[in-house]
Ligand binder design. Structure first.
Ligand code: SF4
Length: 203
């Protein structure tokens, strides 16, 4: 993981303003706005996804669409109090391709994830979470600093260069694409992954 230069970002408002103005990769030009994370400062757990989706881009809030609702349900099932978490994304602008009038999610490239990584590091420095969850491969790459095969490492804690642990699992949007008959077992497996973080909230 490259060393982050000394940052002048000292608040989430400053992070929002700086990412709004950022054009360090091509994604920012075409999005409505940047979307940074929300939740509790000094959270026991910070969950990091890939990038804002269509609804998040329009509203300016993370995880408010179908994947966010599924994540909320899974956190509740895993016994993790959502109000004690912080949720964000590895990439702060929405990348998409137009199909007619529809904006279809497009995965950020490795270069784009790397370009946005210093903003995520600023956010982690502000939030000061005890531990993190990587939701999918893009988040795992950004948080851990190398490619992580998610299906091999799901449900496991991997160390970050800063010493914090990262629990690896799927992005909830992957569960939305599962065939109907496989959806319940896939959800249960996702909850089982998240349950690995439940100990952080034990009294
Ligand atoms: S996605 Fe990240 S690096 Fe790219 S323009 Fe937006 S804030 Fe900057």
């Amino acid at each position: 993981m490259p060393e982050t230069p000394l940052s002048r970002i000292t608040s989430l408002d400053a992070l929002k303003a700086a990412t709004m103005a950022c054009r360090e990769c091509p994604i920012g030009e075409f999005a409505t706005q940047s979307v940074i994370g929300e939740g509790k400062l000094k959270a026991r757990l910070m969950l990091v996804g890939e990038q804002p989706g269509d609804q998040e881009d329009l509203a300016g809030h993370p995880f408010i669409g179908p994947a966010g609702k599924l994540l909320a349900r899974a956190l509740a099932a895993a016994g993790i109090p959502q109000e004690q978490t912080y949720v964000s994304n590895a990439v702060k602008h929405f990348k998409y391709e137009l199909r007619g009038k529809r904006r279809i999610h497009k995965s950020p490239s490795q270069r784009e994830i790397s370009a946005c990584q210093h903003w995520l590091e600023d956010e982690i420095a502000l939030v000061k979470p005890a531990a993190l969850v990587a939701l999918g491969a893009s988040a795992a790459r950004s948080l851990i600093g190398r490619a992580v095969p998610v299906m091999v490492n799901r449900g496991q804690w991997l160390p970050r260069p800063d010493g914090r642990e990262v629990l690896v699992t799927l992005h909830p949007s992957a569960l939305l694409r599962v065939d109907a008959e496989d959806r319940e077992p896939a959800f249960e497996a996702f909850v089982a992954d998240l349950r690995q973080a439940q100990r952080l909230f034990a009294r």
